[in-house]
Design a protein around this ligand. Sequence first.
Ligand code: ATP
Ligand code: MG
Length: 628
Amino acid sequence: MRYEDFYRRSIDEPELFWAEQARRIHWDTPPQKILDQPQPPFRRWFVGGTTNLCYNAIDRHLAERGEQLALVAISTETGITREITYRQLFREVNTFAAVLVSLGVGKGDRVVIYLPNIAEAVFAMLACARIGAIHSVVFGGFAAHNLALRIDDAKPRLLIAADAGMRGGKVLPYKPMIDAALSESIHPPQHVLIVDRGLDAQMTRIEGRDLDYAVLRAQHEGAAVPVTWLEANEPSYLLYTSGTTGKPKGIQRDVGGYAVAMAMSISTVFDIAPGQVMFSTSDVGWAVGHSYNVYGPLIGGATSLLYEGLPTRPDPGIWWRLCERYGVRTMFSSPTGMRVLKRQDAAWLKASDLSTLKWLFLAGEPLDEPTAHWLTDGLGVPVIDNYWQTETGWPAITLMPGLDLKPLKFGSPGLPSPGYRMKVIDESTGIEQPPHQKGVLVFEPPLPPGCLTTVWGDDQRYLSSYFGHFKELLYSSLDWAIRDEDGYITILGRTDDVINVAGHRLGTREIEESVATCPAVAEAAVVGVYDELKGQVPVVFATLKQGVAESPHIVAQAMRQRVVDQLGGVAKPAQVYLVNALPKTRSGKLLRRSLQALIQHTDPGDLSTLDDPAALDEVRRALDRGPD
Ligand code: ATP
Ligand code: MG
């Protein structure tokens, strides 16, 4: 089917369109009404229908594909690979669900899951879904304070955690962080269920509070836990945003709309049919992990690869070897992950047999052209940029090779996904911009199935954060964009990442892109810094590829020249700093506001989502040394 027809129908006849898509999943009771919105922007999809995410992800496939691999959990940290069939997954999830029930967890209770990328994270999520408990997975790398904030917001009945995670061969004990988080929090759960991986021999337990999953698993092994059917609009899970711009929000998702969005997108966007293999390199703690490591592929009857480890260990060929070994058809990763590989020898891209690999999807951050070209040339498969937010739950702008592949345009994630009514509007007038004019990307309600239904416990914040920016009731993505004459949308960065140089408004991304075209540059971050004369001037922080022979001064000079040639003198970087690492959030997004704060000596705001505090020290040292 043609993309144009599919998309048109989703906009012109949304109820008919979504009623058709709803047939992709199993309903215990079919929906009575497809869309209900007495109080926009709140809306309810598939009203009266009852279903269950776990049933759709597992039970429904048992008859036909019980012996097929459902999940392959690979850890290059522990060296353990677990290959799990749908039947084994059914057994593990039922056992886990029985353990949850035995601890008093039931429908509507929240369960915070603080686990690394291991199979138990998937078991725990699906077990919650099975019994109607609301999971909230917190990325296993967050420190005690981040965890405490989320616990106090979600008020869970239970916390599920591991003894430790691992990164780059180093054991990262979780238990001390959990103890600290629980003593800091006002609403600590009664129990902590510990998946002991045997990594932390020093782990201490608090009698009565801390429980060992292995012990409870043995008690409940082989139990059968009936599915709890839920109305389509009941909450399925909470997921906190990355916090790149501020305090994270508890994004709330429903059951029916999300299941339908997963079933549709895994096939039409990701081109995955039952029995095929998908490899997402995401952590389960992120939106991509929820949707395309767990629910999407499993609802679609596919095999999902889950990876714990670095992309460069034991060597930079590891991800491509996994593609060869498991016959991966669709791979999903992030520009950040790929830029890590780009600092390595390109020969790694050719070292494995990638004949089954059809598509590489990348999301999470702007995909710069040099990285896109480097990958397309090296892998020989189309690289598909796709744009989404934790809030949307699935790509909002993408190409849909599972339907029909429209021409790729480097720099643009493509076209609106079904159900998304998008506009690019003028920030102050709210009027739609003509092609190639920059504006704010907004969605007209109703948001399609799968998107957030509200902010957990705070409808007001849902309204004010997303719908309070314009006179009209519009969802603001808080990202800048332009649309071309073919309807392709390009994201130009966040609305708070704009530099105003002598009255010219420049997107940080445009300058970063330009700098990144210098052959020596691996990655660049640009921030606006106060300037008495011009208001603001761009300052560049950049990392270089390995083995660059030129002096820092020459490289910095080349960057400035490149920007002047491509964007004009007004965009010329006032200063260039070469660093070994850039500050990023745990989800791999550049934390530009931390750079800006360091250079201007202002308050950086919440830095708790920062991945590696050493990156900030690195920047401090560079600032002390002076520009290159
Ligand atoms: P917070 O909202 O708490 O500040 P966050 O916005 O970083 O955190 P996410 O929901 O993980 O949290 O990130 C979504 C954002 O990532 C988008 O709004 C956009 O700025 C950026 N993004 C995602 N995919 C792309 C892409 N393909 N191209 C450009 N930007 C992207
Ligand atoms: Mg955001």
